[in-house]
Design a protein around this ligand. Structure first.
Ligand code: NI
Length: 146
């Protein structure tokens, strides 16, 4: 592999044994690959804790359009966050239910707030925020409801 640096890691025998058992049960064929994934997860985790981090993502929701004012409430929230909502796609799933997908962008904290405002509306049956960090390409999702 080009551009790869080899590092040495020292572990106590017991810890190494546990690690080997754990990665073999997950189907890893090499320690290096398992350690690479752990490092990536750890770096991603610190990104998701930085509320100021710039993110691009989607909010997917399913709602019952018969519930009083649910459409108006969703429209109002999207207008209030117009700086974060790039576009939306609406799909009529069946007689009662709609799926809406919002393409969103902005600070992690703002996107989480927007998603939680949406999922707390009565009539919104499910909602999920999936985000990508444009800097690292790491992906993360939050909050399936019900
Ligand atoms: Ni619809």
């Amino acid at each position: 592999m080009d551009g790869v640096t080899r590092i040495g890691v020292s572990l106590e025998p017991e810890l190494l044994k546990e690690f080997d058992e754990s990665i073999s049960s997950k189907g890893y064929v090499s320690r290096s690959e398992a350690i690479r994934d752990l490092v990536r997860d750890s770096l991603a985790e610190s990104e998701w804790k930085n509320e100021e981090e710039h993110m691009v993502g989607v909010i997917v929701m399913v709602y019952d359009h018969n519930v009083t004012n649910v459409g108006d409430k969703l429209t109002n929230i999207q207008h209030d966050h117009s700086g974060n909502v790039n576009t939306s796609i609406h799909v009529h799933l069946d007689h009662d239910r709609c799926m809406e997908i919002l393409i969103v962008e902005g600070k992690l904290g703002s996107l989480k707030k927007l998603a939680s405002e949406i999922t707390s509306i009565k009539g919104v049956l499910r909602g999920r925020l999936t985000m990508v960090s444009p800097k690292s390409g790491n992906m993360h999702h939050l909050g399936a409801r019900k």
